[in-house]
Design a protein around this ligand. Sequence first.
Ligand code: FE2
Length: 246
Amino acid sequence: MTTEVSTTAFTGSSELALPSYERPLGVHPPLDFAGYRSTALRHPKHPLVLLPHRLTEVTGPLLGDDLITATDADLTTQHAGEPQGQRIILAGRVLDSDGRPVPDTLIEIWQTNAAGRYRHWREHHPAPLDPNFDGIGRAITDSAGRYRFVTIQPGAYPWGNHHNAWRPAHIHFSLFGRAFTQRIVTQMYFPGDPLLPLDPIFNSVPDEKARQRMIADFDMNLTQPEWALGYTWDIVLRGRTATVFE
Ligand SMILES: [Fe+2]
């Protein structure tokens, strides 16, 4: 998106000015990107209508952490048996534009299994399902803005965008941030993936530094001996170093 929005919005009475949240120019991918074919069919054809941010948009959601159980953040213990694949720990912080931690933020993730297959009715990839892996997780950031998942390294998968098109391994993320208007839906990638330079979705992000911010760091300190590899990935809700939105 390349549209800049106003920095203030009004509640209607024009008495109370509320902050709104800007989307930095040139950081996020364009809504219509030639290399990513399906965007041609689904991007808006008319200028966006910018709605004022009222109290609901800038103060919600208020989510209780009692909605989340420990199992929600450990995708390897949601069934009777253990899933196939490389076990990984994925952890990081959610930060605002000044680098301050953002606590109490709901993070939802979804991903393929180790073979590159989603558990979804529209999935076409003829790779095996794993009866012990759904690929869905949830966590709420703690008082220091930290989150932590245990999961399985996702696989690459073909996606039919062009001849021999394969998505690099990735995990989808959704965050609500401090407000509905800060919602982020994005993807996290793994370092050293040879498919990254070939992927139109990854490369639809125009800014090189912004692309690099979508790649997690391999973290030997997070890696646990005899058990799991560790990756860290911090998410910045807005500002010059904001994490790229889809
Ligand atoms: Fe995906």
